[in-house]
Ligand binder design. Structure first.
Ligand code: GLC
Length: 661
């Protein structure tokens, strides 16, 4: 049962796809619109709160503060309250269970027992919004209802389930060829190499560096002969440069975001000064999306959209203010407070909230200040791309994901979780974030494996890849200037082969479960609490997850650990993919177990009465043979295998039944 409550005149976010008649007063909590919007609910002691997609801390969100405000924050430590996405859906689960979706495109504050341990308080600056309240007998049922409300999740092509190498710093063709050569040398499977900003000419969207990629079509072909797809990045800001066609067209047609006085707003990103396409405006969105063709015409089949919070390093207005304050600073004998204030001014020049208040969007004849719709920018940039790609070939699936997002964008693309760090704590955050993202509709998800910022270690990379085997997006990505982290940069490279082989051996299962989740508005990653709600221990476990319907994983995420303690809510069959490519099988009873997991091993647990198909290892997705798979698990069980061509949008209705003898 879903009810809608409308306050004021909400901005149409298009997050929801079902038309529901608005009602008057919600049965849960109290709403006040005196000073902006405020929803308050008295939580019971035992209530758990799920949701909020890409946000910090645990699967149970209770006990902290979360602010939906898409933010470029590469240093997101545990105390940070805003990350790259804004996913305003929560489920309160307890004696009374209900879901809440706050469809509001500006900042939303979720105080979930932070100020007062039993009070859930949701506040927005103004009271123009739609609130959806979803009832159901359990958190899981509520999530599935919500997912129907917001429409089907994005489905990538099958090759996007392969392993990908990325690095900010590949510049020449030789850099890409080296990656291919090294992976091939060790027979480590690889399907994609990501192209970061250096492939462009002076960081201009939809251009190629002339010196390095003058015959790009040929290069794309060469890579495809090696069964590698190149996936270029597209940034939100369009470089200001006379003669650059994207810039010229945007200015001429008023497709960029404007200042109050009607001039084009300027914000600095990688190319220095840029204009931001007004992707909330239909015509501008269509125009921006039409440019992806420049690259698809050269054989490209996937993109990642970046810097679309939008990230702003600085604005001329910000610099002006800073210069004035600097002058004052220079002319006086500064105290320590003056020095700190100056340091902060420089530091907070980037992504400064005041900059988001000085530019405007033009939507259906109305002028809207950016900060009022801030959380919709990345969503609409990715929508622009998806709609543009659909125009090119409407039956073809393209790989597409974004850094910033809002609920609704899950229909157009996936996300990666932004600039994490090579920290063990970020591996754990990655594990906990995945089911929350699924609750909000984002199924094609993953983090930068090995960590983006800071130097990784061989051990951290191993453990992170071992978890990444189960994330739909499996990409090793890192920042320039950090320790290189392609598998072949480390000793005993051949040991990585076994790990990545396991991904390819499991792709038939992982893809099948992904597709079932996408087609049935279900979750691919589930917290144990959703599947074993009666089990007190399982309900609190946040470092073990269910992947699809048949398996549970318990990743190792601590340095120097030789294994870990695992809780089984029921009897399960443990499959251990050993370093030599064989699989050891053991049946474990319900309860706690200490499980040894060597660095190059992968352990998973098949649920009681189930089985899963395991293929032979293959060097790329296309070469996976689903004809000679072996079923592992309980005898007399069945697995329903979903298969399709992985390329078109012709999804299948039926699954193939595989029977284990
Ligand atoms: C941003 C992205 C990161 C990328 C870098 C350079 O920080 O999040 O993935 O490598 O920009 O383009």
């Amino acid at each position: 049962m879903i009810k809608k409550y409308t306050y004021g005149t909400p901005f149409e976010t298009e997050a929801v796809v079902v038309d529901i008649k608005a009602e008057s007063t919600p049965e849960y909590g109290t709403v006040s619109c005196e000073n902006g919007f405020c929803f308050e609910y008295q939580m019971e002691k035992q209530d758990t709160v799920f949701g909020l997609g890409e946000s910090n801390r645990g699967i149970n969100k209770r006990g902290y503060l979360y602010i939906s405000n898409c933010t470029d924050d590469p240093e997101h430590m545990e105390h940070k309250v805003s990350l790259y996405g804004a996913h305003n859906f929560i489920v309160v689960s307890g004696k009374k269970s209900f879901g809440l979706f706050v469809d509001y495109p500006a900042t939303v504050c979720f105080d979930i027992g932070y100020t007062h341990s039993d009070i859930l308080k949701i506040t927005c600056d103004d009271d123009n919004l739609n609130l959806y309240v979803i009832e159901g007998e359990s958190a899981y049922v509520i999530v599935k209802q919500f997912r129907r409300l917001i429409g089907k999740s994005y489905i990538p092509p099958k090759f996007a389930f392969g392993y990908a190498q990325s690095r900010w710093g590949y510049v020449t063709k030789e850099d890409y060829r080296e990656v291919v050569r090294e992976y091939q040398k060790y027979h480590i499977p690889l399907d994609m190499i990501y192209m970061d900003i250096d492939y462009m000419q002076d960081f201009k969207d939809f251009t190629l560096n002339q010196q390095n990629f003058n015959d790009f079509t040929e290069f794309v072909k060469e890579m495809k002969q090696n069964h590698i797809r190149l996936i270029p990045i597209i940034d939100a800001g369009v470089k200001i440069e006379k003669g650059y066609s994207v810039y010229e067209e945007g200015v001429k047609n008023n497709y960029f975001c404007k200042r109050e006085d009607g001039s084009d707003f300027v914000g600095a990103v990688w190319p220095n000064d840029t204009h931001f396409p007004d992707v909330l405006n239909k015509e501008a969105r269509k125009w921006f999306g039409s440019h992806y063709k420049v690259l698809t015409e050269q054989g490209i089949e996937g993109f990642w959209n970046d810097m679309n919070e939008p990230a702003i390093f600085y604005t001329p207005e910000g610099i002006q203010k800073l210069k004035g304050n600097m002058k004052e600073f220079i002319d006086k004998e500064p105290t320590k407070e003056d020095v700190w204030a100056m340091r902060d001014e420089l530091r907070y020049l980037s992504n400064n909230p005041s900059d988001y208040k000085i530019f405007y969007h033009h939507v259906d004849g109305k002028k809207i200040r950016h900060d009022k719709v801030h959380n919709l920018y990345g969503y609409n940039m990715t929508r622009a791309a998806a709609e543009g790609l659909e125009e090119i070939e409407n039956h073809k699936r393209y790989l597409l994901f974004s850094r910033s997002s809002y609920i609704g964008m899950h229909r157009y693309g996936g996300i990666w979780t932004g600039d994490n760090m090579s920290w063990w704590s970020h591996l754990l955050l990655n594990i906990k974030m995945m089911p929350s993202l699924n609750m909000c509709g984002f199924l094609y998800v993953g983090a930068d494996l090995g960590g983006f910022g800071a130097d990784t270690t061989r051990e951290l990379l191993f453990r992170w890849l071992a978890f990444g085997i189960f994330t739909p997006l499996m990409r090793n990505h890192s920042a320039g200037g950090t320790r290189r982290q392609e598998c072949y940069q480390f000793e005993r490279t051949e040991e990585f082969k076994n790990l990545i082989d396991v991904r390819y051996r499991l792709i038939p299962y992982l893809y099948s479960e992904y597709m079932k989740a996408a087609l049935q508005d279900d979750m691919y990653f589930k917290p144990l609490a959703f599947v074993y709600p009666e089990d007190e221990i399982a309900r609190e476990i946040e470092d073990q997850l269910l992947i699809g319907n048949e398996i549970m994983i318990a990743p190792v995420y601590t340095q120097n650990a030789k294994g870990r303690c695992v809780y089984l809510p029921e009897q399960m069959m443990m499959l251990k993919f050993l370093g030599n490519g064989t699989i050891a099988v053991d049946t474990l009873e319900k309860g706690y177990h200490y499980v040894n997991v060597d660095l190059n091993e992968v352990v998973l647990f098949v649920r009681k009465g189930c089985c899963i198909p395991v293929a032979e290892a293959a060097e790329c997705v296309e070469k996976i043979n689903t004809k000679n798979m072996v079923l592992y698990g309980y005898s007399e069980s069945e697995y329903f295998l979903y298969e399709d061509d992985g390329v078109t949008k012709e999804y299948q209705k039926d699954c193939k039944v595989l029977k284990k003898g």
